[in-house]
Design a protein around this ligand. Structure first.
Ligand code: SAM
Length: 377
């Protein structure tokens, strides 16, 4: 394998040299014998911050590829008692051996196993699932491996099923009815969490989101795992519902059932998706800890972007409602000139932007107040 050395955060690692794996002058990280995607540095940078707060005893990087993620956690976040790095690709595990050693990590346990097999053998308080595409095949095993109050981190790059562009794929992978709605960027994350809650319930466990975000072409989600059939039932009863958007007037709301329901504003039948998670996407306490600590990581190349994202999330996290996509809402209301988002925020008073969409606003104010503001500007 032709290798080159790259620096990311505070580590230097060997990755396949892209020049050796070009096809017609183009390179896709999935064409190389071991996967390394520099576009995921932002995901890893933010995860380094999260892990530095969590300080887990046993880190399991179940789908390691070059080992970059787990190695960075160990070097930059926290020297855990155990570091487990795994990949089913033997080229990857050979590279992980080299990369761990070159970064001064002598005691990492490096496995060449199917992640699901590994996750039924270990117990851990921090498990990272960073797959190609959907994390669905690894949900049950990772939750099984999580100790009480342990954390599982998921990356999902399969946005088309989650955001409703591929409804049949969503039905297959996430057992949810889905199609594209105005706020699908957020609803996709909620569909994923809904699936994780239902899988956890099989094990008489449940999960609560600690921190989550959407970026580029993926979701990143950290959940805390709790044990107990009762907690699993309570979370399902309280937080698993459906979501309805009126195709005519754009009114949106959570609904109990997937059945024909009339929009209370204009009487049209709702477009409904779900089941999905309707609770908070962040632990406010954990978010505060991130806000207090992240400036220690100003060496990160994506520091400015992290700062921007966290500032928006800090503001939007206190609202319970799904965001309204103002450009989509305005077009439903047949308003051709969309007012500036800042003016709508000013008009509403208690509202914020959302990191999910540049034309989104988040507020717990009523639909009528939002449309009144849009029409008056
Ligand atoms: N976490 C890495 C990072 O941050 O650079 C990237 C991981 S890459 C997206 C997914 C990895 O999962 C690949 O290296 C692939 O070989 C591995 N993989 C896919 N299916 C697997 C399975 N069932 N068990 C173990 N590894 C698997």
């Amino acid at each position: 394998m032709k290798l080159k050395e790259v620096t990311e955060g505070k580590v230097r690692i060997f990755v396949p040299d892209p020049t050796g794996y070009m096809v017609e002058g183009k390179f896709d990280p999935s064409w190389a014998p071991v996967f390394y995607n520099p576009k995921m540095t932002f995901n890893r940078d933010l995860s380094v911050i999260v892990v530095s707060i969590l300080k887990p005893k046993i880190i399991v990087d179940a789908l390691s590829a070059t080992g970059i993620r787990g190695i960075r956690y160990y070097v930059e976040s926290w020297k855990s008692e155990q570091l487990i790095l795994n990949d089913k690709n033997p080229n990857a595990t050979s590279l992980i051996q080299i990369n761990a050693k070159n970064n001064g990590i002598e005691n990492a346990k490096i496995y060449n196993k199917d992640a699901n097999a590994l996750l039924y053998e270990v117990k851990s308080d921090y498990i990272d699932i960073d797959p190609f595409g959907s994390p669905a095949p690894f949900i049950l095993s990772s939750l099984n491996a999580a100790t009480r109050n342990g954390i599982v981190a998921f990356t999902a790059t399969d946005l088309s099923p989650l955001e409703g562009s591929s409804p049949t794929s969503c039905r297959r992978k996430y057992d949810a009815i889905n199609h594209k709605l105005s706020s699908s960027k957020e609803l996709g994350l909620r569909v994923l969490i809904g699936k994780i809650i239902r899988e956890a319930a099989i094990l008489e466990k449940t999960v609560y989101p600690l921190f989550s975000f959407y970026a580029d072409y993926y979701y990143r989600l950290f959940v805390r795992v709790e044990n107990g059939a009762r907690k699993a039932d309570d979370n399902i009863n309280k937080h698993l519902k459906y979501f309805g958007e009126c195709p005519r007037c754009g009114f949106q709301t959570f609904v109990e059932e997937n059945c024909k329901t009339k929009c209370p504003v204009c009487g049209e039948i709702f477009s409904i998706i779900g089941p999905l998670y309707i609770g908070p996407l962040y632990s406010m306490e954990f978010l505060k800890r991130i806000m207090d600590l992240y400036s220690n990581f100003n060496y990160l190349t994506s520091f400015n972007r992290i700062q921007k994202l966290l500032n928006v999330i800090e503001k939007e996290a206190r609202f319970k409602n799904v965001f309204y996509n103002i450009s989509k809402l305005a077009s439903k209301l047949k308003i051709s000139a969309i007012p500036p988002i800042e003016s709508i925020l000013e008009c509403l008073g208690d509202a914020s932007r959302t990191h999910f969409a540049p034309t989104g606003i988040r507020t717990d104010k009523e639909y009528e107040e939002i449309t009144k503001c849009i029409k008056s500007l």
